[in-house]
Design a binder for this molecule. Structure first.
Ligand SMILES: [Zn+2]
Length: 148
């Protein structure tokens, strides 16, 4: 299910939520900028204005700046990094925090059956219900370098 931006341009929060969804599909819970620039459109319906070029930077699209801003605004409440949902990747990009993956894997309650036949588990963390499948959620452990 793709995120549909509410306005004419995707907000930083909408982009960050798509980044989280993307990272959860990755083997180590991480995605660098090159990967996100190519694949984030699988997770959010980028708008026409999102895809406009930045003035003077023809290879840089407007939503790329929003993507970088997630890291730049890490000290602001509500930001995905500030709230503990993402960490910055060394070299550029984002990842699911190791501590979050670990606590999810340890805890959780059954929340139903997955389409694949696996068991869905879920846990409340950071005021959200996080779910994963015992069989098809690929994130098993994270080995990323966090930047403080
Ligand atoms: Zn499954």
């Amino acid at each position: 299910m793709k995120i549909i931006p509410a306005g004419e341009r995707s907000t930083e929060t909408e982009i960050a939520t798509a980044v989280e969804a993307c990272c959860w599909t990755r083997p180590y819970g991480e995605a660098n900028f090159a990967y996100l620039k190519f694949y984030l459109c699988d997770f959010i319906e980028l708008t026409k204005q999102d895809k406009e070029c930045q003035r003077h930077r023809l290879t840089d699209l407007k939503w790329h700046a929003v993507l970088r801003n997630i890291g730049a605004h890490a000290n602001q409440p509500g930001n995905a990094i500030y709230e503990g949902w993402l960490v910055k990747l060394r070299g550029g990009g984002y990842a699911i925090p190791v501590s979050l993956i670990t606590s999810l894997r340890r805890g959780g309650v059954d929340t139903g059956k997955c389409e694949c036949g696996g068991t869905l588990r879920g846990v409340m963390e950071f005021d959200r219900l996080w779910t994963w499948c015992s069989q098809c959620t690929p994130v098993v452990k994270a080995i990323v370098n966090e930047i403080a």
